[in-house]
Design a protein around this ligand. Structure first.
Ligand SMILES: [Zn+2]
Length: 136
């Protein structure tokens, strides 16, 4: 079931999985999603976005969402992965579980927003370009 979902999203949202993100870009995208979906919360009297935790052991395909306020991703990731995990935060807030039908709906909304914002102006094929530069 889980594997089936991953296969489906990678085909359906392939454009987003082609947009690579650095740590800084992940933060930027996270803030934009949090603001648009009104998914922010108060911490020490300040309205903040969900927290991103960057794992050096996560590759660009891996991510995990915790509850409604925390996402763990790699130092390099993609808009596809961030969108998926962000959709989990929203779905968790709505009482959803895992990759249920409600999750799919949340996920589609997140991706529609990302596309409507032209991937927040972030570069497609980011990793490929960077790799090319390294070998020159
Ligand atoms: Zn998931």
């Amino acid at each position: 079931m889980m594997l089936k979902y991953y296969g489906w999203e990678r085909k359906e949202f392939a454009d987003c999985f082609n947009v690579g993100l650095s740590v800084c870009e992940s933060q930027k995208a996270n803030n934009k999603l949090a603001r648009h979906f009104k998914h922010r919360y108060f911490e020490e009297g300040k309205l903040v976005s969900p927290k991103l935790v960057f794992s050096q052991r996560f590759n660009e395909c891996r991510g995990t969402a915790y509850g409604q306020t925390r996402i763990k991703i790699g130092m390099r990731t993609t808009l596809g992965v961030l969108g998926h995990e962000f959709a989990h935060l929203i779905n968790n807030r709505n009482g959803g579980v895992g990759h249920d039908k409600k999750f799919k709906r949340c996920h589609k909304k997140v991706i529609t927003y990302i596309r409507s914002k032209n991937y927040f102006g972030m570069l497609e094929q980011y990793f490929k370009e960077e790799t090319n530069n390294e070998t020159q």
